[in-house]
Ligand binder design. Structure first.
Ligand code: GAR
Length: 189
């Protein structure tokens, strides 16, 4: 039986697209659905070539515990992957899927995490703080933003000349390189 993955995303979807591409022909891992809380997100169209169904939801849907859980359970997920998903995961979901929800964060947690720390905000803060290194963290999800047990980190040296755009590009490269592999390892597939 292949392992089932569900992706949660709110934005552009380069990670979600990359995950779909990497596992497209893998008999052991199937991306079963994309859950998206933003009807204007670029990620929605990115699912089309892969035939991955998109489930759009709003705050009220998310708070309707029984029906939201039922929707997720219908895909029998072995892993829920947050790929640029910006809402806090509520306790009922964390408890329903212990150690089965993972997130990618564009910083070396515990640095530069928490509410509001996403995308360019992170890279701006890293430059302001004159950090010597920067990188990505993949971690298990708890009820608190960016605080669950780490699974993997990759880092690089920040150059004096690096702009926010440079950092974003270097982070994206690491995300493309390591996120699918981390998913594969967590699934043991
Ligand atoms: C990624 O860089 C991811 O690490 C970040 O959002 C971006 C989504 O890009 N996640 C967070 O900041 C979570 N706090 P994408 O939509 O192109 O994959």
């Amino acid at each position: 039986m292949p392992k089932h993955v569900i992706i949660f995303a709110s934005g552009t979807g380069s990670n979600a697209e990359n995950i779909c591409k990497v596992f497209e022909h893998n008999p052991n891992i199937q991306v079963k659905a994309l859950f998206c809380n933003n009807p204007n997100a670029g990620v929605i169209n990115k699912m089309k070539p892969f035939g991955v169904p998109v489930y759009l939801f709003n705050k009220a849907d998310f708070e309707n515990e029984a029906s939201f859980l039922e929707q997720i359970q219908s895909y029998e997920p072995d892993l829920i992957v947050l790929a640029g998903f910006l809402w806090l995961i509520p306790a009922y979901l964390v408890n329903a899927f212990p150690r089965k929800i993972i997130n990618i964060h564009p910083a070396l947690l515990p640095k530069f995490g928490g509410k509001g720390m996403y995308g360019h905000h992170v890279h701006h803060a890293v430059i302001e703080a004159k950090e010597k290194e920067h990188g990505i963290t993949i971690h298990f999800v708890t009820e608190k933003y960016d605080e669950g047990p780490p699974i993997f980190q990759a880092r690089f040296d920040v150059q004096d000349t690096d702009t926010e755009a440079d950092l974003a590009r270097k982070i994206s490269k690491l995300e493309m390189q390591y996120f699918p592999e981390a998913i594969r390892r967590v699934l043991g597939a």
